[in-house]
Design a binder for this molecule. Structure first.
Ligand code: URA
Ligand code: URA
Length: 324
């Protein structure tokens, strides 16, 4: 950045912070930044006359420090890649950017009470699916032509994968994990020696969280999560899996209740419990798509190895060594 920028450096710094906070509320956890951008920011925050620098800590380097540019070796190395996010440019930031006031659909404040009917698993599941697909509140959140997304898979599954909420592809298809994140989840499942049909796949939220941007997904709000959680819990009650895998932070918060101190990096790799069921927390496949480092893949894979051990699934030496 040159010294003759058109906007005041303090305003620019605040605008950058506002924009980063906004992105964080949208679930962005990692940013790609050019070294020169970082240097510019560091200079800006170090300016002795810059009021901001006395109030705000310097910006953290949000790029994954463990990022490994080498592709890994294993069954999901040919994963689809998402576009690199473009570096944040100061002149693209609106200095007056203000967070928009959140409008909550009041109907979301009354979560449904679900009491499953008598019958076998299939009957209960079909009753619940009809109930969720007919949910007026969920339907009111859909864009035109969009579909409610209920869980899929085996009702006798030992393994229950829990995701966050449908994205664009899922909303169109009416099925969970069918977009890029779903393709990666499929590869992870098959690397474990399982099939998509033999596990169960559900989400915390059954509709795609609406947002104004042309692309991308917004993580659900606490109200959206609380509203749909009875539907997720009822699916777990029906399937009664031996292990639940929470994919990412939303799934973890949904199943265990929110905790602002929670860090996925500290939760993953050890066993937790949801309603008496052993629960493994791991990174969301979308996170891997944005951070396709060997070390991130290895972490997810180590979590899946623990799951396989818990379920007594056979593990070959080759499987043990994926992404090492
Ligand atoms: N991400 C999720 O969390 N769930 C889906 O169904 C698809 C993408
Ligand atoms: N942070 C998240 O919120 N989710 C992930 O999966 C990884 C990091």
């Amino acid at each position: 950045m040159s010294g003759d920028t058109l906007i005041d450096p303090a305003d620019a710094a605040l605008a950058v912070l506002e924009e980063l906070k906004r992105q964080r509320t949208e679930g962005v956890r990692h940013l790609y930044m050019e070294e020169s951008t970082l240097e510019g920011l560091a200079k800006l925050f170090a300016e002795p006359n810059n009021e901001v620098s006395t109030k705000q800590p310097p910006l953290p380097h949000t790029t994954d420090p463990e990022a490994d540019p080498e592709p890994g070796t294993g069954n999901f190395t040919d994963m689809p890649r998402v576009e690199e996010s473009s570096p944040l440019k100061m002149d693209e930031v609106t200095p007056q950017a203000k967070p928009k006031a959140k409008v909550i659909n009041p109907a979301l404040l009354n979560p449904p009470e679900i009491s499953l009917p008598n019958g076998n698993k299939q009957e209960k599941w079909e009753w619940l699916k009809k109930r969720v697909e007919g949910c007026e509140v969920c339907k009111s959140e859909l864009k035109e032509g969009g579909k409610i997304v209920f869980g899929v898979g085996s009702l006798d599954a030992d393994l229950f994968f829990c995701g966050e909420a449908p994205g664009a592809e899922e909303e169109s298809a009416g099925a969970p994990f069918v977009g890029p994140a779903g393709e990666l989840l499929d590869r992870i499942i098959s690397a474990m020696g399982l099939s998509r049909e033999s596990v169960y796949i559900g989400n915390v939220v059954n509709f795609r969280p609406r947002h104004e941007r042309a692309y991308g997904n917004r993580p659900p709000t606490p109200e959206e999560m609380d509203f749909c959680l009875p539907y997720l819990r009822a699916q777990l009650e029906i399937v009664q899996p031996r292990v639940v895998v929470a994919l990412g932070k939303t799934a973890t918060d949904g199943l265990l209740g929110p905790d602002p101190q929670r860090r996925l990096g500290q939760m993953r790799g050890t066993w937790h419990e949801y309603s008496g069921i052993p629960m493994m927390v791991t990174y969301h496949p979308s996170y891997l798509l944005h951070n396709p480092s060997k070390s991130s893949k290895r972490k997810v894979w180590e979590d899946m190895l623990l799951v396989m051990e818990k379920l007594g699934l056979p593990i070959s030496q080759k499987q043990r060594e994926f992404f090492q």
